[in-house]
Design a protein around this ligand. Structure first.
Ligand code: F6P
Length: 323
């Protein structure tokens, strides 16, 4: 099939680097003589026809910008057969030969539904949660992790001065990848993630006692939002030991900010690859990374894969916090 016109959208929670990816899609498309349309507000834009033509200039100076110039949303209408039919009509009306979607698992499930209606799709993983099973890396994870690390380093200064305990809640929805990575990077006293069984006495109180025994007078507990609320954990610590922990929920601050160099470059490569696959007729794929290399996987296969926290991270954390 001769691809002449494609669409690109961002959907789900935004992630730093999404703009760099949209820019790469647009520039690669134009480089190959294709027309490119931006679909705004995620799947809702495809349903309502909220679509703009994107040229070289429209994505200029966006590589360094957080958020997404295409806006984003989580569309409930697109979950319905009716919503999908409307989206298919928009694709046909505009003569879109394929759609490139940047987002997380929910976005890919939407893309798969669209592909069943005969629309060609390519998915690019973009979520700070880094929880897409078929890929080691998702756009935005690196920046979000660095943001959280910077915030926690700042917190540590004041925790140290006051000889306090801090409980910090990190995003990630049901996944602990972000919390584990951040916890390792800040040298946390304990890290709680939903993927690992939690014994509060052993995994939190004992770690604090051990750190205290070793001469430390402040303690940093990192908790993934999917493993419990920081407020609850702080209350349990207060009940169990003579500490009055302070609670910090980093929240949406982790989703914003200038994308890191790594997120910009990877997003650019993934956007480029998505268009190349589209042109080659290699449809209904997810662009991903495996063992440090870029590759791609069938969308059905990708969505059926499972992922867990790397055992090495668990082992390293145990060695760093268990002495
Ligand atoms: O999926 C990205 C994410 O930031 C999660 O980490 C978090 O649980 C969720 O989105 C928050 O969603 P919302 O922006 O709708 O509050």
């Amino acid at each position: 099939m001769n691809i002449k016109r494609i669409g690109v959208l961002t959907s789900g929670g935004d992630a730093p680097g999404m703009n760099a990816c949209v820019r790469a899609v647009v520039r690669t498309a134009i480089y190959h003589g294709l027309e490119c349309y931006g679909i705004r507000r995620g799947w809702n834009g495809l349903i309502s026809g909220d679509i703009i033509r994107l040229d070289e200039k429209s994505v200029g100076h966006t590589i360094n910008k957080g958020g997404t110039i295409l806006y984003t949303a989580r569309s409930t209408e697109f979950m319905t057969e009716e919503g999908q039919r409307k989206a298919v009509s928009t694709c046909k009306f505009l003569g879109l030969d394929g759609i490139i979607v940047i987002g997380g698992d929910g976005t890919f499930r939407g893309a798969r539904a669209l592909s069943k209606h005969g629309i060609h799709v390519i998915g690019i993983p973009g979520t700070i949660d880094n929880d897409i099973s078929c890929t080691n890396y998702c756009i935005g994870f690196d920046t979000a992790a660095n943001t959280a690390i910077e915030c926690i380093d700042k917190l540590r200064d004041t925790m140290q001065s006051h000889e306090r305990c801090s409980v910090v809640e990190v995003m990630g929805r049901n996944a602990g990848y972000l919390a584990m990575y951040v916890g390792l990077a800040v040298g946390a006293t304990a890290v709680l993630v939903p993927e690992e069984p939690i014994d509060f006495e052993r995994d939190v109180i004992e770690k604090i006692r051990q750190a205290r025994f070793n001469g430390f007078t402040h303690y940093m507990i990192v908790v993934a939002e999917g493993a419990g609320s920081a407020a609850d954990i702080a209350a349990k610590i207060k009940d169990a030991i003579d500490l009055d922990p302070r609670v910090t929920v980093l929240g949406h601050i982790q989703r914003g900010g200038t994308p890191s160099g790594r997120d910009r470059v990877n997003a650019t490569k993934m956007g480029y690859l998505a268009v190349e696959h589209m042109i080659a007729g290699n449809f209904n794929r997810i662009i991903c990374t495996h063992d440090g290399c870029f590759t791609d996987v069938d969308i059905d296969e990708g969505l059926s894969m499972e992922k867990s926290i790397q055992q090495m991270e668990v082992d390293v954390l145990a060695a760093m916090t268990g002495i």
